[in-house]
Design a protein around this ligand. Structure first.
Ligand SMILES: [Mg+2]
Length: 234
């Protein structure tokens, strides 16, 4: 087992290549503001998370799923009294999210520039296919990647599928991302390498304690650029 054997390095996209979760936090605040006459922010947030959790299997991940969950929550918390202008404002939150500029995280471009000549680089992301394609095109990062995989989920079976597509053993695969649950744990369990680079805010459903992952194929880094030091030390 050695980092020298790594052939493919996969990157999560949201909050690993570019900012994402903070837009959701802002949207949640806006949603609560629009609906403030009906219930407390605390109740509304609890209800929104509950509805999102319930819909995940059906809708998958991303902004479109989030819009539908906000609409459903609006009906619930207002006891169906939500007004058309409020519903319109909620839909507008989602549409403006879909039009946001792509803000790359610090050090990403330089890191990809340095890794691309030596490894096959892949994007492995959840979310809406259309939205992720839009962000990748806008990001200017497409040229660094051999393959883009928009996954319906990031469980072990989904990574198995990806490894099969890449015709790769797990021991030659490294996944880098901001979610321990989705980007690191399943990959480490399969025998691959998982690198965690936390983002300042983590979605409720992705929270996990790093101490729960016990493996010498798991690395916790502060900055994405520190990925290079892993290979220098190897
Ligand atoms: Mg992410």
């Amino acid at each position: 087992m050695s980092l020298k054997e790594i052939d493919v390095i996969a990157f999560d996209a949201d909050d690993t290549l570019w900012e994402n979760e903070n837009f959701f936090r802002d949207a949640e605040k806006e949603f609560c503001h629009i609906m403030e006459e009906y219930q407390s922010t605390e109740n509304m947030m609890a209800e929104l998370y509950r509805v999102e959790g319930q819909n995940m299997e059906m809708y998958g991940f991303g902004i479109k799923a989030f819009i539908l969950s906000m609409m459903e929550t609006a009906l619930l918390v207002s006891d169906k009294q939500v007004r058309p202008d409020q519903m319109e404002a909620i839909i507008a939150i989602g549409k403006s999210m879909l039009h946001k500029d792509v803000v790359l995280l610090d050090g990403i471009r330089d890191l990809l520039e340095k890794l691309a000549p030596h490894y096959r680089l892949v994007v492995a992301t959840k979310g809406d296919l259309l939205d992720q394609e839009r962000k990748l095109a806008k990001s200017g990062l497409l040229k660094y990647f051999h393959h883009i995989e928009v996954m319906s989920n990031k469980r072990e079976e989904n990574y198995c599928e990806l490894l099969r597509h890449l015709d790769l053993e797990a021991g030659k695969f490294m996944m880098i991302g901001n979610s321990l649950k989705s980007d690191v744990l399943p990959v480490v369990n399969l025998g691959g390498y998982g690198v965690h680079v936390p983002y300042h805010t983590t979605w409720e459903f992705e929270q996990m304690d790093p101490a729960e992952i016990k493996s010498d194929r798991f690395f916790e880094l502060k900055e994405i650029h520190d990925v290079l030091t892993l290979f220098e030390e190897a």
